[in-house]
Design a protein around this ligand. Structure first.
Ligand SMILES: Cc1cc2nc3c(=O)[nH]c(=O)nc-3n(C[C@H](O)[C@H](O)[C@H](O)COP(=O)(O)OP(=O)(O)OC[C@H]3O[C@@H](n4cnc5c(N)ncnc54)[C@H](O)[C@@H]3O)c2cc1C
Length: 488
């Protein structure tokens, strides 16, 4: 369960805004100068080719000065104000190919926009050609085969509304407006992953337009390297125009929530750490530090009502005298969305909430008052048992996937928020070398390398083979491995 879990946490749009956070290192992507990257500026004058592209695509084409350009370049995280070279709202796969071919010819970076909810604002980049998948929203559910196929710009709410109508489910995040592709390609901090694996573990097929303009079908036995890489490696390998998901029975969730407040935060965190260490696969759990309300522990048990009642007694005993608030939810509240805001984030995957790290989290929580929010969501069961190298997604083994976030309304609140997020992330790092890549701020390549760990060298080799010029770099960038590009 993620701390985005609307069914289990008190996380609301107001929380984001009142939290007041900072965007750490909001460096414009166009200014990146990592090894292996072509300059963000255009290598050859593309003016006439750009005019040609505008004529040839069927979807909407916008560039600086066009009416609608400023509105279209906005993304969910208002901390990022970037100016792409042009934006194409692709009408079909041919449009995507034409854009990629233009970008390759002129070595223009590509920014891919799916649902526009990247915390780091990657759906838009300075000087880039943005390919907007906003019209790729078809959702098809095959109830007999238990497969859902969705377009590359589909939002979570549309996918889950269709699967739940058929009594089926696939693990997704808690905000209905988030893009299915942006979440799944990075892995997914999802609800239901203890029983079913996370989003990328249920991705059984995809259509991908690679930097050479090829349209490829990926899946078991088909383009295995790319299929491995897109399950965790993000938007580094091309534009995903379709995703196919394995579906599971939709189970009800029986939940308990405990309003801890600010009293004995360390004690409550220790109790939470003990409970989740041995939690069965059916459990979705989270601990939220709210900037005003303090600690909130939540536990949802998916499946049998009687087994849930027995299990939830353990939680009641652990948090006594704090009273439990009990509720039952359908598998997912898909209508929940959060309005746009400027926001700073950091991520940390804490393997075991015990010992000194409890005091570090409790200290950060005390400093979070009036500033920011921490969400420590349990990742266990099936997702934890899949071997580390089975897919590119590196967060295997049981742990707490943590989001450290702060929003701000007034510009003067930005510095304090940014500092709290960055300092909290740094304080946790000795216990959390890994993190969910979608929770990282735009940051140094070393951090991406560290997060992917043993999977990074293979990702870098695949990147060198399929995107040697690093056109797809408006993301948590995998640097192409030196000397392992495609022959010829
Ligand atoms: C309010 C909110 C709630 C969130 N809740 C959760 C949660 O519960 N669980 C969770 O795991 N994450 C959550 N996230 C994080 C989210 O997964 C990432 O921000 C993700 O990148 C959003 O995807 P998007 O398509 O909406 O974003 P976009 O900004 O459109 O895209 C971000 C990046 O994803 C890649 N990408 C997107 N679409 C494609 C595509 N079709 N082909 C190739 N690459 C693509 C590209 O690299 C792109 O730059 C949340 C974010 C927000 C703002």
């Amino acid at each position: 369960m993620s701390l985005h879990d609307a069914g289990l946490s008190a996380w609301t749009r107001r929380d984001f805004v009142r939290a007041g956070v900072v965007a750490a290192g909001a460096a414009a992507l166009g200014a990146c100068a990592h090894r292996g990257m072509p300059p963000a500026s255009v290598a050859a004058d593309p003016a006439s080719d750009l005019d040609d592209l505008a004529r040839r695509v069927r979807g909407r084409f916008l560039r600086g000065g066009s009416s609608g350009y400023d509105e279209a370049r906005k993304v969910w995280n208002l901390a990022y104000d970037r100016r792409p070279l042009a934006m194409v709202r692709a009408a079909n796969v041919d449009d995507v190919r034409r854009c990629v071919e233009f970008a390759r010819k002129h070595t223009v970076p590509v920014a891919i926009r799916g649902g526009g909810h990247s915390y780091a604002g990657y759906g838009v980049a300075d000087g880039a050609l943005q390919i907007d998948l906003g019209t790729f929203t078809t959702v098809r559910v095959d109830r007999d085969r238990r497969v859902a196929s969705v377009g590359g710009g589909t939002r979570i709410r549309d996918l889950l509304a269709a699967t739940l109508a058929a009594g089926l489910y696939t693990p997704m995040g808690g905000c209905g407006a988030v893009g299915v592709a942006g979440l799944t390609l990075a892995g997914g901090d999802t609800r239901g992953r203890g029983l079913y694996g996370t989003a990328c573990d249920n991705l059984i097929g995809a259509q991908l337009v690679t930097a050479d303009g090829d349209v490829r079908e990926l899946g078991p036995g088909k383009d295995e390297d790319l299929y491995w890489a897109i399950r965790g490696g993000g938007g580094n390998f091309g534009v995903v125009t379709r995703l196919d998901f394995r579906l599971h029975p939709a189970l009800p969730s029986y939940s308990a929530a405990f309003n801890i407040g600010w009293r004995d935060m360390a004690g409550a965190l220790r109790a939470y750490g003990d409970l989740v260490r041995s939690a069965p696969d059916e459990v979705r759990a989270g601990f939220t530090v709210d900037p005003e309300a303090g600690g909130l522990a939540t536990c949802g048990y998916q499946g049998d009502a009687a087994a849930a009642a027995v299990y939830l007694e353990k939680w009641k005993a652990a948090f006594r005298p704090v009273e439990a608030r009990m509720f039952t939810s359908t598998p997912d509240p898909v209508g929940q969305v959060w309005e746009t805001t400027p926001l700073a984030v950091e991520g940390a995957f804490i393997e075991d909430l015990s010992g000194d790290v409890v005091d570090v989290v409790a200290r950060a929580a005390a400093e979070a008052q009036g500033v920011g929010q921490m969400l420590l969501g349990l990742s266990n069961g099936v997702v934890a048992r899949i071997p580390m190298t089975a897919t590119a997604y590196p967060l295997r083994g049981t742990g707490l996937s943590s989001l450290i976030a702060a929003a701000w309304e007034k510009p003067e609140a930005r510095v304090r928020a940014e500092r709290w997020v960055a300092e909290t992330g740094a304080a946790l790092r000795p216990w959390a070398r890994r993190a969910y890549v979608n929770y990282l701020p735009p940051s140094a390549p070393e951090r991406i390398r560290e997060v992917y760990g043993v999977n990074y060298p293979r990702l870098a080799r695949i990147k060198a083979q399929y995107d040697p010029a690093n056109l797809f770099r408006a993301n948590q960038n995998i640097q192409p491995a030196v000397g392992s590009g495609r022959p010829g």
